[in-house]
Design a protein around this ligand. Structure first.
Ligand SMILES: NC(=O)c1ccc[n+]([C@@H]2O[C@H](COP(=O)([O-])OP(=O)(O)OC[C@H]3O[C@@H](n4cnc5c(N)ncnc54)[C@H](O)[C@@H]3O)[C@@H](O)[C@H]2O)c1
Length: 256
């Protein structure tokens, strides 16, 4: 309890999955949370769930690829008490139908870049002035192990996620002296609505790629995000932290 008490946090893509778990945990730990998502019903449901447990949250319908939406969301968060302490860039364009380079369409590339990369930049750019004034802030980007290694038929998604790692390193360099930290969390396979069906052989394959032999849960990513967002991580910036059950650190895949 209270690990980020009274801090103001913005979480993009907070209506579902990993983002929802992050919103709920941040609120449990004392933050005032702005849920910025394109899904209004889901976002309002998360607000209600947080308030039912005594937490504080608001929803702002936000398409992170729309600069006007981003300005509105950041203004709404700042209206709470003038501060923005934590930004969690989690929203991404997720398609069940990503492609290899040859088959990938311009539309797929544009949507990946507009939502995950430019959306993250837009939110970061709109939030940094508050953090600079405060001389304090923590930005946590939800990336993917697909930013760290290649995987099948997802050139645009993988390229966008890899670019986010470079973005965090650059921003951490430029704003470190203002005590603004920015870190990248790289989830492995996490059970959300985008996950493979329980009977899909792809799920077994994913489990076999981890040393823990299973997929992860949204809360397991949220715990890592909470740590990086909190003052407990006050000397940590510019890092890439896999939350992947050992996928990237081992040769587990060679078992199969
Ligand atoms: N689930 C996994 O296995 C996994 C693995 C690695 C990385 N990730 C990353 O974690 C993040 C969350 O994924 P998830 O599995 O929870 O997916 P999800 O679909 O459950 O949640 C994504 C949320 O983002 C919102 N969103 C989509 N486009 C948006 C936009 N333009 N503006 C604002 N909100 C938008 C959706 O409405 C949704 O609420 C993504 O960045 C994804 O790339 C997920």
């Amino acid at each position: 309890m209270d690990r980020i008490k009274s801090k103001v946090a913005i979480v993009t893509g907070g209506a579902n999955g990993i983002g929802r778990a992050i919103c709920e945990l941040f609120a449990e730990e004392g933050a005032w949370v702005l849920i910025a998502d394109i899904e209004e019903a889901g976002g309002k449901e998360v607000v209600a769930a947080i308030r039912a447990k005594g937490g504080e949250a608001e929803f702002c319908r936000t398409d992170v690829s729309n600069p006007a939406d981003v300005q509105r969301a950041v203004a709404m968060a700042a209206a709470h008490n003038g501060r923005i302490d934590i930004l969690c860039n989690n929203a991404a364009y997720l398609s069940p139908d990503f492609h290899a380079a040859l088959e990938s369409t311009d539309e797929e590339w544009r949507r990946c870049i507009d939502v995950a990369l430019l959306g993250t930049h837009s939110l970061t750019k709109a939030t940094l002035p508050y953090m600079i004034d405060q001389q304090q802030g923590s930005i946590v980007n939800i990336v993917s192990i697909q930013g760290m290694e290649g995987m099948m038929t997802s050139a645009a998604y993988t390229a966008t996620k890899a670019a986010l790692l470079g973005y965090a390193m650059s921003v951490s360099y430029d704003y470190g002296l203002q005590n603004i930290r920015i870190n990248s969390l790289c989830p492995g396979p996490i059970q959300t609505r985008i996950s493979a069906d329980p009977n899909d052989p792809h799920l077994r394959w994913q489990c076999d790629q981890t040393t823990l032999g299973r997929v992860g849960y949204p809360k397991e990513v949220a715990w890592a995000a909470l740590f990086l967002a909190s003052d407990e991580a006050s000397f940590i910036t510019g890092v890439t932290l896999p939350v992947d059950g050992g996928w990237t650190s081992s040769s587990a895949r060679k078992r199969v």
